[in-house]
Design a protein around this ligand. Structure first.
Ligand code: SF4
Ligand code: SF4
Length: 312
């Protein structure tokens, strides 16, 4: 990657590339063939690990914190900066590039020091997947279901990338498997769906500050989210079966998937979690009491108004 190109790129995560002129105008399928190989022998080795915006998914954060053996709050502080996701008001994080050379904190001349746990966006490059989260049919919970025809792939080909001059040929399917993209897609899909759902609402309906905070906590700090579940009134409020409770107590990936369900329910009213009947009744009672108070206070105000006009 040349230095001039090093400022505005974003590795493909949401199915789009910042600079569309680098996308080859060809719709690819899983069986399409591409000629590409990236390895330490290429002249441009690690050149694409700088001057880029690498957004981290919750699963990226989970695997990187495990890899580095540090808690999420420390990881966020040391290696990330805040950003907004897909031009929405949903807060997320991206990798903080080194000040001295504007490169990824994990890159060395020998390559990526976290390679087997590298983020999703790094795995996609240079084969992106088109934005299948928008459109499509919906399931019973209102979740979008992409049909196979809506998925297609494209290649991002930048002049500096010498990988296209290598002799290795693959199908898109083989490439994705080799890069571990399929597994990541599975881990990220519910979270990406939340972001795309938010995006489709447009800026008119702004998320409340507590909703943004909750989204950020559940997306970036699973341990804190676990505390929220087990140390607040959460389990008194929602109907959660014992098996799920056991799983999310000990298993971070289960907890992550559970957090996506919770967010879909809390932010978008999707019926993924059910609230206990008595809590619903208590809420209705509280709302009714508030309503009664409002009615009583407006009657009182009206009576005072009449009195001030000398009417009875
Ligand atoms: S995480 Fe690894 S592959 Fe991704 S930009 Fe950093 S050094 Fe490159
Ligand atoms: S071949 Fe392409 S993907 Fe590999 S290091 Fe060079 S620029 Fe990056």
């Amino acid at each position: 990657m040349t230095e001039e190109n090093n400022t505005v790129k974003e590795k493909v995560l949401f199915g789009k590339e910042r600079n569309p002129s680098n996308i080859l105008p060809q719709k690819l399928t899983l069986d399409s063939r591409i000629k590409f190989r990236c390895h330490p022998g290429v002249k441009c080795f690690t050149a694409c690990c700088g001057g880029i915006k690498i957004i981290l998914t919750p699963y990226d954060i989970l695997t990187l914190t495990k890899r580095l053996g540090i808690p999420a709050h420390e990881f966020l502080h040391l290696y990330t900066v805040p950003t907004y996701l897909e031009k929405t008001d949903m807060p997320g994080v991206m990798l903080k590039l080194r000040e001295e050379d504007n490169k990824c904190p994990f890159v060395t001349p020998e390559g990526c020091t976290v390679y087997t746990d590298r983020p999703t966006a790094c795995r996609y490059y240079p084969v992106g997947m088109a934005d299948f989260h928008e459109g499509g049919s919906k399931d019973a919970d209102g979740n979008e279901i992409p049909s196979e025809e809506e998925k297609f792939f494209f290649v991002v080909k930048e002049d500096h990338c010498k990988g296209f001059e290598e002799d290795k040929e693959w199908t898109v399917r083989e490439w994705r498997e080799d890069q571990g993209v399929d597994v990541r897609d599975e881990m990220n899909k519910e979270w990406l769906r939340l972001v795309m759902r938010r995006k489709s609402f447009g800026i008119q309906a702004e998320l409340s500050e507590p909703a943004k905070r909750m989204f950020f906590m559940a997306s970036t700090a699973l341990e804190q989210f676990r505390q929220f579940i087990f140390e607040s009134s959460f389990l008194d409020t929602y109907i959660i079966d014992d098996e799920t409770i056991e799983k999310i107590k000990n298993d971070d990936v289960e907890l992550m998937h559970f957090s996506f369900k919770y967010l879909a329910s809390a932010l978008f009213g999707v019926q993924t979690l059910k609230i206990k009947e008595e809590k619903v009744r208590a809420k209705i009672k509280e709302m009714k009491e508030q309503q009664d108070e409002t009615v009583l206070s407006s009657i009182k105000e009206y009576e005072e108004f009449k009195k001030s006009r000398g009417q009875n």
